[in-house]
Design a protein around this ligand. Sequence first.
Ligand code: LLP
Length: 469
Amino acid sequence: MSRSAHPAGPRHGDVLPEGHYLAPPSDLNALDPKVWARTVTRDAEGVATVGGRDGVGGLDVKALAAEFGTPAYILDEQDFRTRARAWRDAFGDGADVYYAGKAFLSKAIVRWLREEGLNLDVCSAGELAVALAAGMPGERIALHGNNKTAQELEHAVKAGVGHIVVDSYQEIELLAAIAESQGVRQPILIRVTVGVEAHTHEFIATAHEDQKFGLSLSGGAAAEAVRRVLAKDSLELRGIHSHIGSQIFDTAGFEVSARRLVGLLAEVRDEHGVELPEIDLGGGLGIAYTSEDDPKQPAEIAASLAEIVRRECASAQLKAPRISVEPGRAIVGPTAFTLYEVGTIKPLEGLRTYVSVDGGMSDNIRTALYDAEYSVALVSRTSEAAPMLVRVVGKHCESGDIVVRDAFLPADLAAGDLIAVPATGAYCRSMASNYNHALRPPVVAVDADGARVIVRRETEEDLLRLDIG
Ligand code: LLP
């Protein structure tokens, strides 16, 4: 492996070109457990390892790269199971946890969820097919979507999907007819727009009615949907659903949402004499992408949501409904990292050093799409070299092809080194593309007994198979 030194670029205390202030971490070799999957550590030679038992016997990333190639998503199965179980246990038997498959779904994931006692939220025919292929019982699946096709609904009803979350008046008519034709009374929830949109550290109440999902609470569409559903014999109204946003750290938005949902339950009781038995508060709980993020633990979230619902129901004199939640990112996000090999290194005088990896926006679109922040570490060795301000970029024909916008790596970084970006378990493989005919990377699951591919790497034959000339 060749080694060459590169200028260190801006140092501690420098103002970055965009006017951001960024200080290098005190220890570039540290792998902060907040952002890395739980079994990740370094071995005696300084190579990062994952898996193993109690921090011993994990697989080193050089061996993983040699066996499975790069880029690759490396997923810590024990961590996934531990987090799934923590959510399940936090909510207990009086509630249901639906893992949001859009974050990342594969047959292995479905099996793990089934074994750990979680349910599954799917939002397309494709996700439903994976769920059913891996043996998730229909009654443990919820189907979402603002524009479900008749075919999707027919399939879901036939599969005995436990909750179909209806999103429009049109869907109420369509689903009622489909359920009737199959001789089924289909359990449903109504997706309600509660007028709260929450992102990261803040939430905005009353402002966000202007979007495609759900039926508005304040505008009366939700109450009208309840009337229409109750008039259909083939639909069983189990409750109401809301999802207020993603990467949320503060439960205040959920509090407003829960209060409004309970308000609707009380209205339904007053108008129809029916107490709906369920509310679903959606997903959206945040994770640490960098050491600055401080997400809440499932037990704390569960306790505060249950308390809000209990309190609101008591004041409305309603029996507390069964609660569901739909965490996706909070379960799978922290459990995987993307392993890349360093290629071209380009120091730009007075600016920063561009470090190119063998993937990019095709395996992680989140930086380009949302300005998402990630961290990065040299994982094939440790280094005592000075920190160098870098931008980790991919190999795509696009200057916005950025994986990590601003980070520090050691100044002796060289082509052939392996670097890894943690917290890429959610919305990376599931949003991966074939842009520039890139081959989507594999997902390699590592547990105490070793590593195995759960989603294989795409091949050029895969690309050519779809291209029928
Ligand atoms: N339930 C519903 C109805 C949802 O729409 C979503 C996410 C979830 C649950 C799960 O949310 P989570 O707990 O994973 O935040 N691509 C974006 C995120 C889009 C989320 C869409 N809905 C990203 O990469 O950040």
